[in-house]
Design a protein around this ligand. Structure first.
Ligand code: ATP
Ligand code: MG
Ligand code: MG
Length: 535
């Protein structure tokens, strides 16, 4: 809402008016304040009490819609997660005593030694759902090293626990981590070492006292926690931020826009975009914020960066780090969130913002229905040709690792396709091919007819295979690329696209496989050996 002064009104009356899409952004009759909020002369404004009531109704119906989706974790689910974190804290305390003992530290130091677990990512922001992982940072004292004590000693302790399955070390990522499931919940565990002996349970990692003499890897590992802290400090109302982010994440997932490795948005990108909107619109209802979100980003003049902390960016940044959609990393105001967005996915994202804008313009109308905004993207009806990427292994227990590895290389495949002038829509949804016996997963990426009608698939496949064999430590599975027509897509996918309108979207999820955790964190940046153009 914006306070509006009617300059024609001798009383100088101020009224509250909605500040979103149905009001023409460029209408010269309307004024704009410094928050880009629209100031509408009173003669054009709706009765503010009516507007407020409708907005409230729409906000409630949106909250109801989100609840009905069944994604909000139940009380039991929350307790399960709390319990997992409690157990992890106990494990790292045992671990650090053991490490102190092995390092021959004096008794008083062994007694004083402690480590802790801090959470960040969507769990730390309070926007996780039943499918989310827990991003956890283990904070240890000066004498516990990453290479030996974290990756060997702690790894061994975790691997022996009955609650732990699918444990991997991801040492060569930008932020090294262990990835595992604890009682079925996916955990990304990173490590930071502080120059202290005793790490308090709720250590304030923003306190410069703790940051003295910290090494570079630890500093990077702390960035997730710092990013969450900054976001939560910058938004005027945490609950509204959380609600808006949950809605935007659901929208992004339904529209095939969520997946950093697919050149799309990751959780951190959306968290910053949503924080940006909340920061500029304090006191605005949830429904109106959704509308403002789409209006803002449908017309955003990319590559102008989205900055949460103005004046902090060091311009100009070097061209090689220039992203098509630069979004400031709140933890390090001089950096952007890592992104794999390509020209193709940039186009897709812009189209989806515009669609979101169109669908939320008529928020105040009685026939407005939130289901339209969250309708799943109809791939089979949108493209005639698809790139089919089939991954398989001979044993089920090898499949998760293989899928994770290939996905970590998808940014290279995206770049290669773009080099060949192919425009695509990389759907992150995973399907199961029931016609083959081996454990498998299939991706279908829509191909947009572009400048080049001839795609040398053999060349792409050969180069991508070469890329896949470099650095993989597990048993290499199969990866094949083929081109198929929309009519050859699995029937489940085609049917879902035909019947999706106003059906219960949870039934639309195709034969979705839920493989083991991804091999690499989203912002690992692999190099493409032949061209070396990836960053
Ligand atoms: N591309 C990236 N650039 C910078 N930081 C990132 C990036 N990807 C992940 N991170 C950091 O790691 C954290 C966890 O990332 P993760 O991929 O688990 O996303 P998330 O926000 O937790 O969403 P989800 O619910 O999908 O897990 C982020 O909050 C961010 O701090
Ligand atoms: Mg996460
Ligand atoms: Mg994670």
């Amino acid at each position: 809402m914006a306070h509006v002064i009617d300059h024609n009104d001798p009383s100088g009356r101020a009224v509250l008016v909605p500040n979103y899409a149905s009001l023409n952004f460029v209408n010269p009759n309307f004024l704009h304040n410094h928050h880009h909020q629209v100031l509408v002369p009173v003669r054009f404004a709706l009765n503010p009490a009516v507007v407020a009531r409708i907005e409230l109704e729409k906000s409630i119906s949106l909250q109801q819609f989100m609840n009905d989706e069944g994604l909000v974790p139940s009380r039991e689910e929350e307790l399960r997660r709390n319990n997992v974190i409690r157990k992890l804290k106990e494990i790292v305390i045992k671990w650090i005593k053991r490490v102190a003992y092995r390092r021959w530290l004096p008794q008083n130091q062994i007694r004083a030694a402690s480590a802790t677990i801090l959470t960040y990512g969507s769990y730390g922001l309070g926007v996780h759902n039943v499918e989310s992982d827990i991003d956890a940072l283990c904070v240890g004292p000066w004498f516990a090293s990453l290479t030996e004590d974290f990756f060997i000693v702690l790894w061994n302790m975790l691997a022996k626990r009955v609650e732990v399955t699918d444990i991997h070390c991801v040492k060569d990522a930008k932020v090294p981590l262990m990835r595992f499931k604890f009682e079925g919940i996916s955990i990304d565990l990173t490590y930071a070492r502080l120059q202290v002996t005793t790490v308090p349970e709720n250590v304030d990692i923003l306190n410069p006292l703790f940051l003295n003499g910290i090494d570079e890897t630890s500093w990077k590992s702390l960035s997730g926690v710092r990013a969450n802290n900054s976001i939560l400090q910058l938004v005027p109302d945490v609950k509204t931020f959380q609600e808006l982010l949950c809605c935007v994440k659901l929208w992004a997932k339904r529209r095939g826009m969520y997946g950093n490795l697919f050149g799309l948005f990751g959780g951190v990108h959306l968290a910053v975009l949503v924080a940006f909107i909340c920061q500029r619109n304090p006191g605005v209802s949830l429904a109106a914020l959704v509308s403002i979100f789409f209006k803002t980003f449908a017309s955003w003049p990319w590559p102008m960066p989205v900055l949460l902390q103005q004046g902090m960016m060091r311009p100009p940044h070097p061209p090689e780090t220039r992203s098509l959609m630069p979004i400031q990393l709140p933890s390090s105001p001089h950096e952007y969130c890592h992104s794999n967005i390509t020209a193709s996915t940039f186009m897709k994202i812009k189209n989806e913002f515009r669609r979101g804008y169109r669908h939320t313009q008529d928020l105040l109308k009685s026939q407005f229905d939130w289901r339209n905004l969250f309708e799943p993207y109809p791939y089979s009806k949108s493209y005639q040709q698809f790139l089919k990427i089939s991954l398989s292994t001979s044993k089920q227990n090898e499949l998760g690792d293989w899928i994770g590895w290939v996905k970590s290389r998808f940014p290279c495949l995206l770049v290669k396709l773009e080099e060949l002038c192919v425009l695509y829509d990389p759907s992150p949804t995973e399907y199961l091919d029931t016609t083959i016996q081996d454990p498998n997963v299939v991706f279908y990426w829509g191909l947009v007819p572009g400048r080049s009608y001839y795609l040398d698939l053999d060349l792409v496949q050969e180069e991508f295979k070469r890329n896949l064999v470099t650095g993989y430590k597990g048993l290499t599975g199969k990866m094949t690329l083929s081109l198929i027509q929309a009519s050859e897509l699995p029937k489940s996918l085609q049917l879902a696209d035909t019947h999706q309108l106003f059906s219960n979207s949870s039934q639309l999820v195709p034969m979705y496989s839920n493989p083991a955790p991804h091999y690499f964190v989203g912002y690992f940046a692999p190099r493409y050996p032949s061209s070396g153009t990836m960053s």
